[in-house]
Design a protein around this ligand. Structure first.
Ligand code: ACO
Length: 383
């Protein structure tokens, strides 16, 4: 380390790496604010498109501004033919996050101004990527099931279009409302791992596509965005509410497994997004007449929250816990949960990239060397 270096906590816990105007995550009180607005208010009243505008412009849109954004997003909900062709050429066994990461990277090849990092070009790329990511996710679902892609409809909202392109059936209002709330709730979240990686990539003066590809790769991990899929797999493994205590004692108490969708680096109280998503999950479970998974999740939360270790370590459900139930009851395939998270986070990542460009300095921390020293070089035959 250099003379002035200061050792940070493992995992950079509690290290403030910069400033942002986009969101405030208060982990002690369990509060989340986007550009001054409480997440609960936005989830209740705002559409995803309004939140996109808020993140990119720092204020809520007036009606005409919102209409323009909607039209602009809608107009970009298609892919270059070569990218769509590749989706249909990929092996059907490819995982959706790997497909998304590859396809987003591919989009750069068909953008002649991919390396133009001016504010105008980056705003255009932010809009195009935000519009095209749901097309990729939905098209891959169609492709791997041997079906034709479904074009977006101009009369549909962002949330409606995602469901439409994915399933090819007219989305029910309640389904679209749950997806809309999910997209709003997950669109931005301070200096989480994927946002940080997008900002690191940007800080090297690399382009928006590279930053988004980095972010998608980081989101994929089970400790981050991949936890929603893992939470649902865990619910399946447990099987029924009656088996919760046995499973918890067998695997969690013996440290063989973690409760996926619980715990958070910043929240040491209930994740405010989890509270909203719990209600959405319950609503969807009632609407579909299937309370089985919701009841199981509630039971596991109760068991975990009574456990002395969980109490002491302040482990609560995070955003991925009840969202898994909500998305499952909506009929979203389990391995598409994390791609849907990526769809939601795209405007947040892009807003951070714009913020990084506005006041950039290379992000390059130091590391303490603890390896051997002063070894003597030996020719290969003498080692
Ligand atoms: N189940 C059981 N124990 C847990 C859990 C959990 N879900 N989460 C943390 N712990 C325990 C750890 O075992 C550790 O105990 P120890 O100190 O006795 O060894 C202690 O709590 C602290 O855990 P860390 O991993 O050091 O905490 P960190 O802040 O690094 O991790 C993380 C946060 C990765 C989210 C963690 O809580 C976890 O693995 N959760 C499950 C995966 C998950 O839900 N991820 C999604 C997070 S939200 C998001 O990214 C969108």
């Amino acid at each position: 380390m250099t003379d002035k270096a200061v050792a940070a906590a493992k995992g950079l816990q509690n290290v403030i790496v910069g400033q942002t105007r986009l969101s405030l995550v208060n982990g002690t009180e369990g509060k989340l604010i986007y550009v001054g607005y409480k997440i609960e208010d936005l989830a209740e009243h705002a559409t995803f498109e309004e939140v996109i505008y808020l993140l990119w412009h720092g204020e809520l849109p007036k009606r005409q501004q919102l209409d323009e954004l909607r039209r602009a997003l809608q107009a970009e909900m298609h892919l270059p033919a070569a990218v769509m062709g590749m989706l249909y050429a990929f092996p059907k066994t490819a995982t959706p996050m790997a497909v998304l990461r590859t396809a987003v990277s591919m989009l750069a090849l068909y953008d002649p101004k991919a390396d133009d990092n001016s504010v105008e070009e980056n705003r255009r790329k932010a809009l195009q990527l935000t519009a095209k990511v749901p097309v990729i996710v939905a098209a891959w679902e169609r492709a791997r099931n041997g079906k034709e892609p479904i074009p977006a409809r101009p009369d549909y909202s962002f949330a409606q279009n995602f469901l439409w392109m994915l399933k090819g059936t007219e989305p029910q209002p309640q389904e679209a409302a749950v997806i809309d709330a999910y997209l709003v709730l997950l669109s931005e979240h301070g200096m989480n791992a994927s946002t940080f990686s997008a900002r690191v990539t940007t800080s090297t003066l690399s382009d928006m596509y590279s930053a988004m590809t980095t972010a998608i790769g980081t989101l994929k991990g089970a400790a981050h965005g991949g936890a929603n899929e893992e939470a649902m797999r865990m619910f399946f493994e447990i099987g029924s509410a009656e088996n919760v205590e046995n499973w918890f004692n067998t695997y969690v108490k013996t440290k063989q497994k973690r409760v996926m969708g619980m715990g958070h680096r910043v929240y040491k109280a209930l994740d405010p997004r989890a509270a909203v998503l719990r209600r959405k999950a319950e609503e969807m479970s009632r609407a579909t007449n299937n309370m089985h998974w919701f009841n199981l999740a509630v039971k596991l939360e109760e068991v975990a929250r009574q456990d002395p270790e969980f109490i002491e370590k302040k482990l609560y459900p995070n955003v991925d816990y009840y969202s898994a139930i909500a998305l499952y009851t909506l009929g979203i395939p389990m391995d598409q949960f994390t791609p849907l998270f990526a769809i939601a986070r795209m405007p947040g990542w892009a807003a951070h990239v714009l913020e990084q460009w506005a006041d950039n300095r290379l992000i390059r921390p130091d590391v303490e060397y603890i390896g051997p020293m002063d070894l003597e070089w030996k020719p290969i035959d003498q080692r």
